[in-house]
Design a protein around this ligand. Structure first.
Ligand SMILES: [Fe+2]
Length: 508
């Protein structure tokens, strides 16, 4: 395969690879669609802000001729709403890696897990540096994008520093100025300003403090990074973190960051042994780290959970009542990533939800006794939890997810679900039936900046990929069962994106 990427060939055909089929077919262009066509209803006139998402977007094979998902360049998609009008843009994120490869017109990087043509190729190994790539960070900033200090920041998961994106033009502004204060993530820093940052930070809506971290496969397994609005960064190495978990998401409560250590582990040393970088080791305990939110150097309490092996990939939110801490989120039977117990060498990759399923659940911790339990709150498969982010860290009532149905060992996503987490009653609207489509993660936008929690709109991107059509659906949270109040159409399929967030343009 290597020969295919050498020489002067340009315009590589899209490889036959499950990572690039169906909903994962990459967008091959950058578009600006002003005044998007509204095919149903109208856009609420007092809604002003942008909805941004990022995802790994294939442009050309790697130097090794493979397509590891984390080696693919991040592309940002943005829908800006103002005065009843919607403007769409999508742009590749101009990471140092992207810029280097554009200047050469070919893949320039070689990954230690990039020679495999099968499920083991994640693009998460170390880059084997040469004269071209020495000093060039390997981050692709393809997993999430979130607001901070008037910019949207795109990150991967502990690979590369955040990159600021202009919320109107989607131009790449550059690596954040505070990146030099970040620790190395999963890889050694390639240059000044390289570093690691989580894909799923939380923030304090009142102070603007961004609660982030980096994780890695060697001790200290986690370094906390609390970023202040002025760009100062408080950091702490967690030398007593229990093991090298994939520390993908946290819960933020009034007093704590709650970081779960779960037996989904990352270990680059596995690559040399011929297996993928990730491992599922259910022998390990699930341990919650309760990290004092207002004193980064305060005492951390580690709570070992007495529950069956399971996996929360994404958190919804949590509540504290007296000495009872409840932590909500979709709970998987196992991580939705391929492992050696699932696949043989040479097998093609199965992405995400095809090999595991999750249902909304709750972990409860008695903060006095340390007793823990896990319960399932719904029979419906669901994932991609979201909340009204104006209430991050303040407790919550309303949870939003993409729902689905069981499909073989995994689940097929097709609906929007709103759950009242106090009563556990829910509303569902089925967005697609038998038509092929990717129903992507929703975002909440408040009706007004000072509306009560959960009063507003849910915006859901849908890629009708078989019809080369894209849509953003807007639902009113008062009642989603009546269907979207607005349908905004795009004349192409939306490339697959992992995560994103809303930036409000209105001021209180
Ligand atoms: Fe995620």
């Amino acid at each position: 395969m290597r020969a295919a990427t050498e020489g002067s060939a340009v315009g590589y055909p899209i490889p036959k690879d499950n990572r690039l089929k169906g909903p994962f077919q990459p967008m091959r262009f950058e578009a600006t669609v002003n005044e998007c066509i509204v095919t149903h209803g109208e856009i609420p006139k007092d809604l002003a802000g942008g909805f941004y998402r990022t995802g790994p977007t294939w442009k050309r094979p790697t130097r090794q001729g493979t397509n590891g998902i984390l080696a693919m360049d991040g592309m940002v998609q943005g829908l800006v709403l103002e005065n009843g009008r919607a403007d769409f843009r999508n742009r590749w994120i101009r990471t140092p890696k992207y810029v280097l490869e554009e200047s050469h017109g070919k893949g320039m990087f070689t990954w230690s897990d990039g020679d495999w043509q099968d499920w083991r190729c994640f693009g998460l190994g170390d880059v084997q540096r040469d004269a071209y790539t020495r000093g060039v960070p390997q981050g692709t900033n393809s997993v999430n994008i979130f607001p901070f200090q008037g910019m949207m920041l795109a990150t991967a998961d502990s690979v590369g520093a955040p990159i600021a994106i202009d919320p109107i033009t989607l131009d790449t502004v550059g690596i954040v100025a505070w990146s030099s204060k970040l620790s190395a993530g999963l890889h050694e820093k390639a240059a000044f300003g390289d570093g690691g940052f989580t894909a799923h930070p939380k923030w304090d809506p009142d102070t603007g403090v961004l609660y982030g971290w980096a994780y890695r496969d060697t001790a200290p397994y986690v370094t906390l990074h609390f970023v202040h609005p002025d760009g100062t960064v408080d950091s702490r190495d967690l030398w007593d973190a229990p093991y090298n978990a994939v520390a993908h998401d946290i819960w933020l409560t009034k007093d704590h960051l709650v970081m779960p250590f779960q037996p989904f582990i990352v270990d680059k040393a596995r690559i040399a042994k011929g297996t993928g970088v990730y491992e599922w080791n259910p022998e390990l305990p699930i341990v919650l780290a309760l990290i004092p939110r207002h004193d980064i150097n305060g005492e951390i309490r580690y709570v070992r959970m007495d529950i069956e092996p399971q996996y929360v990939m994404h958190t919804m939110s949590g509540n504290v009542s007296g000495s009872t801490l409840t932590l909500d989120g979709p709970i998987f039977n196992r991580p939705p990533f391929p492992f050696e117990q699932d696949f043989a060498k040479g097998d093609d990759v199965a992405l995400f939800f095809s090999i595991a399923k999750s249902q909304l659940g709750r972990w409860t911790v008695d903060l006095e006794s340390g007793a823990t339990r896990s319960e399932t709150l719904s029979d419906r498969p669901s994932e991609l939890p979201k909340v009204d982010e104006r209430f991050y860290g303040k407790g919550y009532r309303w949870g939003y997810q993409v729902g689905g149905r069981v499909k073989r060992d995994g689940m097929s996503m097709n609906s929007l679900v709103v759950t009242d987490m106090m009563t556990l009653s829910d509303q569902e609207y089925q967005i697609r039936h038998d038509q092929p489509a990717a129903v992507l993660e929703a975002t909440f936008a408040p009706r007004h900046v000072d509306s009560p929690e959960g009063d507003g709109y849910l915006i859901v991107p849908v890629s009708w990929w078989a019809e080369n059509r894209g849509e953003y659906l807007i639902f009113d949270t008062h009642d989603i069962t009546q269907g979207p109040i607005t349908r905004i159409e795009l004349p192409f399929r939306l490339g697959w994106t992992a995560h994103g967030h809303w930036m409000d343009f209105r001021t209180p």
